[in-house]
Design a protein around this ligand. Sequence first.
Ligand code: NDP
Length: 310
Amino acid sequence: MEKIYNTIIIGSGPAGLTAALYAGRAEIEPLVIAGLQPGGQLTITTDVENFPGFPEGIQGPELVANMTKQAERFGAKIAYENVAGVDFSQKPFKVKTDGNEYQAKSVIIATGAEVKWLGLENETRLRGKGVTACATCDGFFFKDLDIVVIGGGDSAMEEALFLTKFGKSVTIVHRRDEFKASKIMLKRAQDHPKISFITDVTVVDILGEDSFSGIRIKDNKTGEERDVAAKGYFVAIGHTPASKVFQEAGIEVDAKGYVIPKEFTQTNIEGVFVAGDVHDHRYRQAITAAGEGCKAALDVEKYLTEKAQE
Ligand code: NDP
């Protein structure tokens, strides 16, 4: 008979790997399905200076490698596969990957969220070379430099306000005259002496050879193009939670696709738990995701114990 895992953890960012560590230490022998981008968003970050325990900072990929090793040391198995579909309609649950089908008594969804990028070719090429998506992670590297922030929502305002601590100037570049951002956040940004706005424009290119040097924008009304010089580029046009396959399996999500936990980390389906950015659009930090992974594993342990006593 095919093995039935106690728990399958889907996702291998800080939430998934911390869940794996705790589940491993609880002798649950978890299976982690690592996904297409093992390690998640941390793997596209360079220096992580805000994860406690590393006074000199640590490289994102190294942090992921350490977390993986630590989880494996306590018996977690890692499958470098991508989840294609899940069946939560009966127990044991089924998790299908591109090449296999696994069964489990419980599942932790820790698939994270992806940063939305503008999708320009040079934006990808210059990523990590002045082009980034996380002010909390990278703001520090732009001391006394000019910065552009792309977006018109609360994230853009928040990133811009945070970046004023470091940058010489922060320019918010938005595609419309109206803002999605809440009035209070917008006003805070408008009132800040270091922040200015360029609105009703489309970013048509990202400039720079070896490192980012500015953006080319097109005025949406006149069609006129011009360049704006800057050293730091922060995109803040939203995130997309990786929840599609779970929605299809009946997991409750909000209007933007974020999984809604029902009680503690448990979702609307008994035995299915959630941790990290796939449900958290507010904090989105490696450390908060790790904390949630820990909580989900503890909830799984309790759930399995209770089920075994039934
Ligand atoms: P939002 O979806 O609210 O805003 C995204 C912004 O990016 C919009 O202004 C949108 O423009 C723009 N945008 C989207 N796609 C593109 C594109 N392809 N090209 C150019 N511009 C684009 O996302 P946020 O991440 O800002 O916020 C997500 C949620 O998190 C919100 O509910 C927000 O309130 C919340 N949040 C709260 C904070 C707080 O309270 N402190 C801080 C951060 C987020 P357009 O307006 O034209 O659609």
